[in-house]
Design a protein around this ligand. Structure first.
Ligand SMILES: *Cc1c(COP(=O)(O)O)cnc(C)c1O
Length: 345
């Protein structure tokens, strides 16, 4: 890996962070007359902890890493944007990303005026390692990977990801938003081996907290420190921090049961979909959704919309002609979906 000083934008390297009132005094008790808060309307009157110390300790313990290897954001979308802002000089630097993949990397790149060199996955949606590394030039700061990938649903092979990480001198981001559905596949236990690796995870999928907006980035402490330095000081509100603490404590077993149920439902759903004459292929999935192929994607999509069942039309995405993406729902929702599809002619 190149030294961090060479990878960072010079203005970010030189930046001094905003120092909030709550940075300077960290005790929990006291008469707080430092932040121009209103003394009434507790507990919402107080600014949240800008460093999210308690929540970070809890999540780090749960994930088996150190607090200083963990960044918490307003969804994963926040660290995605911050990584561009910290490392990529607008109009000059570029990133490499796989295609097809999650749309936010493109959007964050575009808002930061960064070019994305897209590299097609192979026909079975795996990495073309040589092509990814060949797309790198002097201005490439980040390679974006996603495993399990969205919208394809499959995990990339960890050997391939590792070859990208060791073959590139900039950062490699691996978005593991769906990793809870693919036990044993996360690269998180190996974080220490790779100084240029950033792993993204989220509470939006398996943990059922999409509405709370809580995402994670894991990386070596020097990278985490940079993201923390440039974030909004109070990026996680009081309610999100408190509710996430509660759910982490109370819901661990329930989350494990949801995952088990959703994986069983995924198989059952795949079996039913297989029987439909107009479904030509169901791609193997390591996530909580299925990507299916049909000669009449738009018509099937519209048929479902007419019955107020909303899926995702991915037929205009690279390598995904005729593809529809279907989230695995509750048994009742999946039954409704299948019944609606059986009525399609
Ligand atoms: C859903 C999803 C996310 C989650 O984003 P949040 O901002 O954490 O809700 C991240 N990456 C991918 C690939 C996703 O599909």
């Amino acid at each position: 890996m190149k030294p961090l000083q060479q990878l960072l934008r010079p203005n970010i390297l030189a930046l001094k962070p905003y120092s909030s009132a709550r940075d300077e005094y960290t005790g929990e008790e006291g008469v707080f007359l430092d932040a121009n808060e209103n003394p009434y309307n507790a507990p919402y009157n107080r600014y949240p902890d800008p460093h999210q110390r308690r929540l970070k300790r809890r999540i780090a313990a749960f994930k088996g890493c150190e607090s200083d290897q963990l960044f918490l954001g307003n969804g994963s979308d926040e660290p995605i944007d911050l990584l561009f802002r910290a490392f990529c000089r607008p109009g000059t630097d570029n990133v490499v990303a796989i295609d097809p993949t999650y749309g936010m990397y493109q959007v964050a790149a575009a808002t930061n005026d960064i070019k994305v060199q897209q590299v097609l996955l192979t026909k079975d949606f795996q990495l073309d390692v040589e092509a990814v590394l060949a797309a790198v030039d002097k201005q490439t700061k980040i390679i974006w990977l996603c495993s399990p990938n969205n919208p394809t649903g499959n995990c990339l092979r960890n050997e391939d990801i590792e070859r990208v990480i060791t073959g590139f001198e900039g950062l490699v981001v691996v978005d593991e938003a769906y990793i809870d559905f693919a036990p044993g596949r996360s690269l998180l236990p190996r974080l220490q081996e790779f100084p240029n690796l950033v792993i993204l995870q989220t509470f939006s999928k398996a943990w059922g907290m999409a509405g709370l907006r809580l995402g994670m980035a894991f990386a070596q402490p020097a990278i985490i420190e940079v993201l923390s330095r440039i974030k909004y000081p109070y990026n996680l509100n009081v309610l999100t921090q408190q509710k996430a603490m509660d759910l982490l404590e109370q819901n661990q077993q329930e989350v494990a049961q949801w995952i088990e149920l959703l994986l069983a439902e995924r198989s059952a759903l795949a079996q039913e979909l297989q029987k439909l004459p107009f479904v030509s292929l169901i791609h193997p999935s390591d996530a909580n959704f299925l990507l299916i192929r049909t000669p009449n994607a738009k018509a099937v999509y519209q048929h479902l919309i007419n019955q107020k069942i909303i899926i995702r039309d991915r037929s205009s995405v690279s390598l995904c002609a005729g593809c529809l993406r279907i989230t695995v729902g509750s048994p009742e929702e999946n039954k409704q979906l299948i019944q609606a599809l059986q009525a399609y002619k």
